[in-house]
Design a protein around this ligand. Structure first.
Ligand code: ADP
Ligand code: MG
Length: 723
């Protein structure tokens, strides 16, 4: 915002970017920048293609000749598309994606260069990785970290103004082989889940040879004009507003949700979608969300590893394309106080290579019993590891959302819907559900309850809700890398499925017939875990009380929630299944605690600096003007007690804000002085953060007392309503 000009003036970029550049239909260019199996089939020798297919589908390693052939085809393809560089694209523990670009060129003598790209370059690289967080896994003198090609997620070309880059999805591991990223454990969890699920399916005589987790990530975000964004140091550096008096109009009229999309936003969305389609990201829906200037997009679900990569790209594209339209896309969980925050609903299920969704109630009794077995295992897994699941979505941003009015609470519970709940309750009680209700499928076998046909129940308040043929993990934050919650979910469910298999086999060894054995096991599991099931309003105080009685954890802050990762049973679970070694678990927890402390530290410095250098100087100017008016009134014998009171209010809030900054500085210094990661995080949470609200209260009060023209940053009503 230009100095001295009130932001209410229409922002510069208010004109839509114009009609779509190309009018071709999506299917004509969908995936044109992806080096997927289809492209490889066209470009690779038959035998090489077959080997790549095995690598993708069965996780077999690719030999160097095949890798060389793939690299050569990839290079030719990428260069035809204008790529001059390639990069290993990876997901370090910072939560963002990382890339280091290398040109294809190599010296060819006599001052000439040629383009090269070998199988070795494709398969492995060694970025100078000493600056990525490793939680102590990699001391800086042994800074080597390696990126290794993940052939299960296709390479793609990122086109940016000025050039194109071939990006190769990779894992990022230390010299010693420890995972330094979020993809490695995700891939491990996918493997583990596959094996565990197959071992259960085997009992049901399923013909599936592969089980994989599926993910459809609904992504919420805000858009604000870039000029406003850049004029707010808090938005720019912390991703959220640390100050700001509420706009007189917020979301109370509920007129934004599914409302018609403004031209400028629409132009951005179509541009963004076009770029996503080129990358083979199957975006399906777009709409306005509840809060002003809040939006959502959702893709068609995919295999989880690819879906996670695609969601990372979606977040990247949202920010890049928004900037091209003079907008800033905010991915932070709670950029504005008082209006809804943003989540990333992770729709998750289990699919098979035979095209079945294991969370779809089946058509036959056998399939239905299998469905109930998997469903019960998931309920049990969430029950037994609810704090771990909570830890998997913990971040300083999500702390503002969980437990706030519009988001699921910090208590992890499962919503099943009335029909399924009845099925499981009947199963537990050992009664046969009457199949008279037309909604129910009755298949007339004693003791196997009929299962619902279609679960239309919805509970928008549940953090983990069954929605007919998938679970919707709604508590995930909008900026999160879904690899973390999905790897966690895969792991706890894999673990439980292994238990299930063991229990059923044991019951059968004990002489029970198959169905009897299954029912007995399910009954026991449901009995042990139904405390985690909740059908009511998760936002209510009553639920908080009830959950406490049921012994369910309710950790509202990240430092407390992260204990879920360090619990003995969590560490053993990850290590036992080979998803994370003990050391990896410990280091991850450490990185996340440090990240939390750093987030709050940045916010603390911003609160202090903005108060001292922006708000207080503006307020003191106004105080001087008021003081002059009050003195003039007095000299002229004019009685103006309200003006005198206003002056006192202004002075009071300036003093209050400055005193707050003083105390904030002291608690910040103390917290910074702590060595141990969890004590530090706790101190930032309990001692530093509470000052933010106290200082903000004074500053926001000043905002409402002072001339709008003198307010040094864009206001909520401007950021949220002008575009
Ligand atoms: P909602 O009512 O929650 O908007 P939708 O049917 O629009 O429900 O689905 C939301 C997301 O769930 C979409 O991304 C969709 O692709 C995804 N989804 C649907 N089925 C599955 C599944 N079997 N596994 C994973 N995600 C799924
Ligand atoms: Mg949904």
């Amino acid at each position: 915002m230009p100095h001295g000009v009130r932001a209410e003036m229409t922002p510069k970029h208010s004109q839509p970017a114009g009609p779509a550049a190309s009018a071709s239909k999506v299917s004509d260019y969908y995936g044109c920048n992806v080096f997927g199996l289809e492209t490889m089939k066209l470009l690779l020798p038959k035998e090489t293609y077959r080997r790549v297919q095995d690598a993708v589908e069965r996780g077999e390693t690719l030999d160097i000749e095949a890798a060389n052939a793939v690299a050569s085809a990839m290079k030719t393809w990428a260069m035809q598309k204008g790529a001059t560089h390639y990069c290993h694209w990876f997901q370090p523990l910072t939560g963002a994606t990382a890339e280091k670009h290398d040109a294809f060129i190599d010296l060819a003598g006599q001052g000439a260069v040629i383009e090269t790209f070998t199988g070795q370059m494709l398969a492995q690289a060694e970025p100078d990785a000493s600056s990525f967080p490793s939680g102590g896994l990699r001391v800086t003198f042994e800074a080597r970290g390696y990126t290794a090609w993940d052939p299960t997620s296709p390479a793609f070309i990122l086109e940016n103004p000025g050039g194109a880059t071939l990006c190769i999805p990779t894992c990022f591991v230390s010299y010693t082989g420890h995972a330094l990223d979020t993809k490695t454990p995700l891939l491990r969890s996918i493997e583990v889940l596959n094996a565990a699920a197959l071992s259960v399916l085997e009992l049901f005589k399923s013909d599936a040879r592969k089980v994989f987790s599926t993910l459809g990530a609904e992504q919420e975000y805000f858009l604000v004009d870039q000029e406003y964004f850049q004029a707010r140091p808090d938005l720019l550096l912390a991703g959220r507003t640390l100050f700001g008096a509420a706009s007189p109009k917020g979301q109370q009229l509920e007129d934004h949700y599914f409302g018609s999309i403004k031209d400028r936003v629409f132009a951005f969305m179509t541009d963004f979608e076009r770029e996503a389609f080129k990358l083979g990201i199957p975006l399906k829906t777009r709409h306005n969300e509840v809060a002003p200037h809040q939006f959502e997009c959702a893709p068609i679900f995919e295999e989880a590893n690819v879906a996670v990569d695609h969601n990372q790209l979606v977040m990247d594209l949202l920010e890049r394309i928004a900037a091209r339209h003079g907008l800033a896309a905010l991915l932070y969980e709670k950029p504005f106080a008082g209006v809804n925050g943003s989540g990333k609903h992770n729709n998750w299920s289990l699919g098979t290579d035979t095209g079945k969704n294991l969370l779809s109630p089946g058509a036959t009794p056998q399939e239905n019993l299998q469905f109930l077995t998997i469903l019960t295992a998931i309920v049990k897994a969430v029950h037994d590891h609810s704090l771990l699941l909570r830890a998997s979505i913990a971040s300083s941003g999500n702390d503002h959302r969980l437990g706030a009015n519009e988001a699921p609470p910090a208590i992890m519970s499962v919503f099943l819907g009335a029909q399924l709940t009845k099925v499981l309750d009947d199963l537990e009680a050992g009664v046969t559900t009457k199949g008279t209700d037309p909604m129910w499928i009755s298949f007339g076998i004693d003791k196997i309850p009929p299962v619902l046909k279609d679960n239309t129940d919805r509970n928008r308040t549940s953090p983990f809700a069954f929605t007919g043929n998938k679970f919707e993990f709604r508590a995930v934050g909008s900026s999160a890398n879904s690899a973390v919650p999905i790897a966690t979910l895969n792991t706890i469910v894999a673990n439980q499925l292994r238990e299930t298999r063991k229990e059923i086999s044991a019951a059968m060894k004990g002489g029970k017939a198959f169905k009897e054995a299954v029912l007995e096991v399910l009954r026991g599991q449901y009995r042990q875990s139904k405390a985690v099931c909740f059908e009511g309003n998760n936002y209510s105080e009553e639920w908080v009380r009830q959950a406490k009685k049921r012994g369910l954890p309710n950790e509202k802050t990240t430092p407390a929630a992260l204990k879920g990762f360090s619990l003995k049973k969590s560490v053993e679970l990850f290590a036992g299944l080979g998803v994370l070694t003990e050391e990896e678990s410990r280091s991850r927890c450490h990185v996340l605690l440090e990240k939390y402390a750093k987030d709050i530290s940045i916010e603390a410095k911003l609160v202090a600096e903005m108060t001292t250098t922006l708000f207080v100087p503006a307020a003191v100017d106004y105080q001087n003007r008021l003081a002059a008016a009050v003195a003039a009134n007095k000299a002229a014998g004019i009685k103006a007690p309200a003006q005198a009171a206003l002056l006192r209010d202004v002075i009071g809030h300036i003093e209050g804000a400055l005193a707050g900054v003083q105390s904030l500085g002291e608690s910040l210094a103390e917290a910074e002085g702590l060595e141990e990661a969890s004590a530090r995080a706790e101190a930032f949470c309990a001692e530093v953060k509470p000052w933010f609200e106290k200082i903000r209260a004074h500053v926001d009060a000043l905002e409402l007392l002072m001339p709008a023209a003198a307010w040094p940053v864009p206001k909520y009503r401007e950021m949220l309503f002008l575009m």
